[in-house]
Design a protein around this ligand. Sequence first.
Ligand code: GLC
Length: 428
Amino acid sequence: MILDNAKQQRRALIGALVLGGSALSAQNTLAAEIAIACGAGDASDYCPIAAQEWAEETGHTVQVVSTPNSSTEKLSLYQQLLGSQSSDIDVLMVDIIWPGMLDDHLVDLSEYLPEDATEGFFPALVDNNTVDGRLVAMPWFTDAGLLYYRKDLLEKYGHEVPETWQQLTDIATDIQAAEREAGNDDFWGFSFQGRAYEGLTCNALEWVASHGGGTLVDEQGEVTIDNPRAAAALDLAASWVGTIAPEGALNHTEEETRGIFQSGNALFLRNWPYVWSLANGEGSEVAGKVGMAPLPHGPEGEAKATLGGWNFAVSRYSEHPELAADLVAFITSREQQKAHAIQNGMNPTIEALYQDEEVLASNPSMSELYETLTNGVPRPATVTGDAYARVSNAFFNRTHQVLSGDLDGASAVRQLGRELERLGRRGW
Ligand code: GLC
């Protein structure tokens, strides 16, 4: 009760401060500068636009900081900044897998936001961002791995959209040979993210889980990766490199693979929903020729999409936590998520927006995506907590060795099994 009162008082005070901030901004008396770490500043980065709108509405200013595209590199940057308790960044864009690793450095947003702040958001995402009862991030958009394909080429060569990885391999082999015969020497059957980074963890989890090989570490914290289905999934992926996928795949992240597909040089692409509006947008060689489907599955599994997504958090070392939390609430609001969905094709984290007519009209696949999202497979970040980065690093490094031909699938999962057991020996 006492706590509640304190909370209410604080909120009233914050409200007054925020209002005061905008009313007085003309004299610059209370106007503050909030630094926000956004994405890489490319065409799909809506964060700077939304942050600027907030600044215009409130009279404060924002300093937008661009961060590396790779989630793994972004995390190292944040770990350095937060580790040194730097107040340079107030608001951070955080990956769905980070709350359990960064929570000590983030404020409990429920101390600053109204009690109903998370109402209407997917409960699983709110749970994901709640660590030891503290709401450390607000969900912004959600992601799931998808298969993009060239509708025109499947039609031209009389093929259906593949349902299994073997079908994908066969069709890709076939059409790649025919397109090269027809003069396109740069044409590839399949493009995916094979660099040793978090994106490879996402791809490899889809291969393994869709072969019925589990999710590395199960919900109880048991290490499950050392099994023949997981090994077969990795071996199949290794067979693509240098045949239906370029050797360069070993160094590709999302953007390189989008580039190959968008310039007309790949039949299939594994990527996230952000690609849809860009591949169909101005300057794309394949606009109007693109289809989107669930990823294929192995002989004994079903289609699995890795769940991704981004959130906003406030650093514990911010000198303006209440304003920073207000910016977080603004960017993740229903209105902003709707604009993000319509303009960039991003998937909202507010459930009702999947029934919004304007959202559906802007992206006809949004309702199909809803299915994929609700059946997606999470990475074992919650269960492994602080150790997740090490778990993922071990997984993408071993997988990368298999893709490079340095290790076979069975040896890789055996080694990985031992490494993960060691990491989790005293409990995660
Ligand atoms: C996407 C996902 C994110 C994932 C990353 C890997 O940005 O939303 O969750 O970690 O890709 O590259």
